[in-house]
Design a protein around this ligand. Structure first.
Ligand code: 13P
Length: 250
């Protein structure tokens, strides 16, 4: 973390929580996070719980991000949700290009178009990148992450800096309990920042680490100079555990 970049801790719930469960979580979280702390906090509920989460968090500093956004304004896209629809449901931001979405078929070109569409609509976009274990073992992490960041930012401009965040999430660390070491997280996040600097002001860009972040390892990961916060999966499903990670960032 560096002075000047406000940390961000976002909880990606993935396919967990009904609207009622989301509301209960948000009410509990609002009572646990210090609203004056110098850290941005967001939850990323499934589409069906966006409105309930946003209603429950009204008047708090906690933001609500969707887990994906479609690039088109409207049209024949069965099962997809536009940026305007997310905003209508109370979303402030959206994840784009999570590895679980890429595994389901989202391409680099779609990621680039979704970054553009989300920012144009007024959302904060968290673009995700990260390599598989095979790529890391082959020594191709830098090349992989460089390509994902370049292609993901293909439609971005310097003016997008305040609405853009990049999350580095090595696939081998997601949901596995195997966390990147602080050195590995720092090295990759520095690469992300350097590549993104071709488009935006890298010193202002927030780069998050994600992959088995928990209350026990969050502080040392976020202490890395190029790690400006965390994108948390499993440990974000419980309000106490998520609030402990937020406290570690603050
Ligand atoms: P875990 O924290 O469960 O490893 O998930 C990370 C992630 O994919 C967040 O987007």
């Amino acid at each position: 973390m560096s002075v000047g970049r406000r940390p961000l801790v976002a909880g990606n719930w993935k396919m967990h929580k009904t609207a009622v469960e989301a509301r209960d979580f948000c009410v509990a979280l609002a009572g646990l996070v210090d609203s004056g702390a110098p850290v941005d906090v967001a939850v990323c509920p499934p589409f069906t719980a966006l409105q309930a989460s946003s209603d429950a968090l009204a008047g708090t500093e906690v933001a609500v991000y969707a887990q994906n956004v479609h690039e088109a304004d409207a049209g024949a896209h069965t099962g997809e949700v536009s940026a305007a629809m997310l905003i209508d449901a109370g979303a402030d931001g959206a994840l784009v290009g999570h590895s679980e979405r890429r595994a389901a078929g989202d391409t680099d070109a779609q990621v680039a178009a979704r970054v553009r569409a989300g920012i144009d609509a007024g959302l904060l976009v968290v673009m995700c990148c990260g390599e598989s274990i095979d790529t890391r073992r082959a020594g191709e992490t830098e090349e992989w992450v460089t390509r994902q960041v370049r292609e993901g930012l293909a439609q971005a401009t310097a003016a997008d800096i305040d609405r853009l965040v990049i999350a580095y999430e090595p696939i081998w660390a997601i949901g596995t309990g195997e966390t990147a070491t602080p050195d590995q997280a720092q090295e990759a996040c520095a690469i992300v920042r350097a590549v993104a600097s071709e488009v935006v002001d890298g010193q202002r860009l927030r780069v998050l680490y994600g992959g088995s972040v928990n209350p026990g390892n969050a502080a040392e990961l976020m202490a890395c100079p190029d790690v400006d916060g965390a994108l948390v999966g499993g440990a974000s499903l419980d309000p106490e555990s998520f609030a402990a990670i937020v406290a570690a960032a603050a």
